[in-house]
Write a protein that binds this ligand. Structure first.
Ligand code: HPA
Length: 244
């Protein structure tokens, strides 16, 4: 049991899918996992553990924004010994080369968050994805012929930002805006664990284009499969390392 997750030791798998929306956590658990069992409903932030292709996997809601996400990511790694967290979410497209429904696998994330300033002061820390998890996710996407892009996201503190910096960031190659990845990568680095964000572009800041609910769902499905296949591959690789 931790402060915000009411689960006994061992109830959470070493691999966690991490959507912002707790109802999405329930949907992922019910749609993709076998024998999914609810382990948390404190504050409605649902968490489930089940199996995918025989590998134990959990799905935990993170809430929106780095402060909420960081509470759950910290407790998953610090109190439940979680080894790898894959955020599965949505992002707003910022660059012209990104279209709605694209899946962005985030190699890094810039941020305007005060959280990283509190940790690093004047140093601009560069949060980075775990390379093995990134590679395995790309391989899973290619094996299933699922379209994807690898690049940087912008983890913004404000969804409704009156002073958007997104155009400047897009000029520097940032693909999309969301609200969690920089904090997740920073925490994973703190705990020496693996993290990756995979985000569907749900709307576009330049073109105003949006996805329909059905399109979002279909793209979301392929993103979840990508993440779960990466978990299976990661588990195999961990088995191999254990056997060495
Ligand atoms: N801003 C922040 N987060 C988001 C957006 C956005 O435009 N779209 C999806 N997640």
């Amino acid at each position: 049991m931790s402060t915000h997750i009411n689960a006994p030791e061992g109830a959470i798998a070493p691999y966690v899918l991490f959507p912002g929306d707790p109802y999405r956590a329930r949907w992922i658990a019910e749609t993709f996992l076998d024998d999914a069992k609810l382990y948390n409903e404190v504050r409605g932030m649902l968490g489930y553990t089940g199996t995918y292709k025989g590998v134990r996997v959990s799905v935990q809601g993170s809430g929106m924004g780095q402060p909420s996400m960081a509470i759950y990511a910290h407790e998953l790694m610090n109190d439940y010994d979680v080894q790898a967290i894959i955020r599965v979410g949505t992002a707003g497209g910022m660059a012209p080369e990104v279209k709605v429904r694209d899946v962005v696998i985030a190699s890094t994330a810039s941020t305007d968050s005060a959280m990283n300033r509190a940790r690093f002061g004047d140093v601009t820390y560069a949060p980075a994805a775990d390379f093995e998890l990134l590679r395995l996710t790309v391989e899973a996407a290619e094996a299933q012929e699922l379209p994807y892009r690898v690049g940087g996201l912008f983890s913004a503190d404000q969804f409704y930002n009156p002073n958007p910096i997104t155009q400047t960031l897009a000029n520097y190659g940032v693909l999309g805006v969301e609200m969690e990845t920089a904090g997740l990568y920073t925490l994973a680095a703190q705990f020496g664990r693996k993290a990756l964000s995979v985000c569907t572009i749900s709307d576009h800041l330049l073109t105003g284009e949006e996805t329909s609910a059905q399109e979002r769902q279909e793209t979301f499905d392929s993103m979840i499969v990508m993440a779960l296949e990466a978990v299976v591959a990661l588990d195999k690789s961990a088995d191999k390392k254990r056997a060495q």
